[in-house]
Design a binder for this molecule. Structure first.
Ligand code: PEP
Length: 251
């Protein structure tokens, strides 16, 4: 049975003190309900250790938003998968469209990052998604399939079983334009079909596929009610405990 997850991506927002306050707030509100999904807080590297110490509600974990594609050594400014693991984080977000667009991340580097994350016991939340021109040209299914094949299909079925996918149409991220529930379901079903071809029905059925892109308290219920949408990767609406909790409560 696959898990439902609501994961927040704080991006480059909040000072350490603000991040701890938010984590505390989310933690106490989650403790007061019985969430029907796992909750992940995707914090800046600088915040992970303190946020890990702050949260103790049973279903909350912490994620980094990136890790290096090198093991260790002279890579100034980089943070390795082993370092992330040593903070107590359980997840790492990889391949976010902002990293692909602004930092030139390619399928080749993402393949390396995925391998290092898995080798160090981190669970990747691997992002894929098309830009608007690709959707308008009818290429969105091919683009997303290609992103998955190039970066992940070298993995064994066992290793792939640790991957969470996040379908995030780039045109919906931070724009207020959400994919319709039907568009999300359609893409998620195509992705699950691809996983079935490559790894078989069991791996495909067990893979958690999140939707991301302007998901909020108003649209989460409709999005999550689709059979192949197993939760959300949430940017803007993860920065306020009340908004984030409303999304968690959509399950
Ligand atoms: C994201 O950055 O992963 C995201 C989904 O952002 P937003 O919810 O703000 O669109």
């Amino acid at each position: 049975m696959r898990k439902n997850i609501v994961a927040g991506n704080w991006k480059m927002n909040l000072t350490l003190q603000e991040g701890i306050a938010l984590a505390k707030d989310v933690n106490s509100r989650v403790s007061a309900i019985s969430p029907k999904c796992e909750i992940v807080l995707g914090t800046p590297f600088t915040h992970i250790t303190e946020v890990v110490k702050t949260v103790d509600a049973p279903k909350i974990s912490v994620a980094a938003q990136n890790c290096a594609n090198k093991v260790s050594g002279a890579y100034t400014g980089e943070v390795s998968a082993a370092m992330v693991k040593s903070t107590g984080a359980q997840y790492v977000i990889l391949g976010h469209s902002e990293r692909r667009a602004y930092y030139g991340e390619t399928s080749e580097t993402l393949k390396e990052k995925t391998d290092l994350a898995l080798a160090n016991g981190l669970l990747p939340i691997f992002c894929i998604g098309e830009v608007l021109e690709e959707r308008e040209a009818g290429k969105h299914f091919d683009v997303v399939k290609q992103q998955i094949k190039e970066a992940l299909f070298h993995l064994s079925a066992e290793a792939f079983g640790k991957i969470v996918l996040a379908y995030e149409p780039v045109w919906a991220i931070g724009t207020g334009k959400t994919a319709s529930a039907a568009q999300a379901q359609e893409m998620h079903a195509v992705i699950r079909g691809l996983l079935k071809e490559q790894y078989g029905a069991e791996v495909a059925d067990n893979c958690t596929i999140l939707y991301g892109g302007s998901c909020n308290a108003g649209n989460a219920k409709e999005l999550f009610s689709n059979p192949d949408v197993d939760g959300g990767l949430i940017g803007g609406a993860s920065l306020k405990a009340e908004d984030f909790l409303a999304i968690i409560s959509a399950f």
